[in-house]
Design a binder for this molecule. Structure first.
Ligand code: SF4
Length: 193
């Protein structure tokens, strides 16, 4: 393979969907650590792995926007326009509460501002900014910000929980932060792509 840019996405799970699975967030964290070790071994600044480069960017103080970490909703809004012209929030959230997608807005009956002011968008925005107690007390809070909003969802509690991948996130943040001296030792602009 001659690809230089990759990503490894965390599966779109919620607290409800993992309840019926033999789920171990830790195993995702260990996988990402192995990935990071291989990446370091290659020592090739041309290889870009989005989830790893994003964490590095966060740890060295860059402003990043990546769906698998919280905070980005403050600066960006993803919306979905389906093939029939229906407007809704980012349909990643369809697997949480499908009602969030029912806006009754279409490209034909509304202006874009109507979507921005829609209760579904407001609800997601407020959820994104309301971290759980666990997250508020976590040393990775300023980077992780509870992870992806979808991963925080539980039918009973809404988006109020920490990420289902919390243990994975803690493991990979620990791992990469332990290599910051190495990261700073290479040409960061090259490393980060
Ligand atoms: S690592 Fe876990 S507790 Fe910490 S901010 Fe992320 S989801 Fe919350």
């Amino acid at each position: 393979m001659k690809f230089n840019s990759f990503d490894f996405l965390l599966p779109d799970n919620t607290w409800d969907s993992i309840a019926s699975q033999n789920f171990s967030a830790e195993s995702y964290g260990l996988f990402l650590c192995d990935l990071f070790d291989e990446w370091i071994k290659d020592n090739n600044p041309k290889i870009y792995v989005r989830i790893l480069n994003t964490i590095i960017d966060q740890l060295i103080g860059k402003n990043v926007h990546f769906h698998d970490f919280g905070g980005w909703l403050n600066d960006f809004l993803l919306v979905t326009i389906n093939s029939e012209g229906d407007l809704s929030p980012d349909d990643t959230y369809r697997s949480s509460d499908p009602k969030l997608m029912e806006t009754d807005l279409t490209v034909g009956n509304s202006k874009f501002g109507d979507l921005l002011n829609h209760p579904s968008i407001h609800s997601l925005y407020h959820s994104a900014n309301k971290l759980s107690k666990d997250c508020l007390e976590c040393s990775w809070k300023n980077y992780c910000q509870s992870g992806s909003l979808l991963h925080r969802y539980e039918k009973k509690e809404g988006f109020t929980k920490r990420s289902v991948y919390c243990d994975a996130l803690k493991i990979i943040y620990e791992k990469i932060s332990g290599h910051l001296d190495w990261i700073r030792g290479v040409d960061n602009d090259n490393l980060i792509g």
